[in-house]
Ligand binder design. Sequence first.
Ligand code: 2HA
Ligand code: ZN
Length: 273
Amino acid sequence: MTKFVDSSFVKNMREVTRESYLRYWDERNGGNVSYRLLAEEVEGFEDVSEVKATYELGFNASAIAGFYYLVTGTGRYFRNVYDRPTLDLGLVKISEDGKSYDVVWGFEDGGKPTSEFPSHLLSHIERLKVNPEQRVVFHCHPTNLIAMSFTQPLDERHLSRILWKMQAESIVVFPEGIGVIPYMTPGTNAIGEATAAKMSEFQAVLWPHHGLFASGVSLDETYGLVEVIEKAAMIFSQVGAQGGQILQEITDQELQEIADYFGQTPHAGFLDL
Ligand code: 2HA
Ligand code: ZN
């Protein structure tokens, strides 16, 4: 039996998955998280030297060889993670040749990482090139953002501009805007590669008619990014519900001023100045 270890990382995962579930972003088995832990942080877990299972990756993860990831399990429900973290979470270590990974903690009843693990690891690899502090990939199904993928053109500039204009803080939190991939089959290496390619430019990538992939240096920051994006999408929905007529807005000039004030650089070409 895996000893129940409520490390601060497990605690953080339990709390954030519960909150995301309560916001209706993770119905049933929807959503998944992976969180890179440093070797010294893994010391807080018991028995990580014992390999419980080894799985092939099917792609080259040598860029993250030897790295540890705390990850949600495939088929598991965010709703349950809070009460049964040692079943629904696992700690895995990427092998030294980058071809497989070992489960070293958790997944007590024989679980394995999320079906979206390829998308997570490929995104981690890409974000680490942009920021060596990169730690978290968070996938969920934010309702209003998904709705926008039906009513709006799937264009990065167009969607980023809407989300920036719905509230003053958007451009501060995601000045690079939001990336978009075409609709693709979830769980495949192909969607993982397409997502990761976007991650070189964006911290958050929309999967049309499905959800959002977000990345960041901590769980709080990454979840905060999801919150801000979905809040903007929610305001957009409410504007539509109030008739959709925009009488006044945050202008492009004002967006640039917010960005300047907070020391951010908006995605080149996304503002009309
Ligand atoms: O984990 O959300 O995209 C279930 C999903 C697949
Ligand atoms: Zn999903």
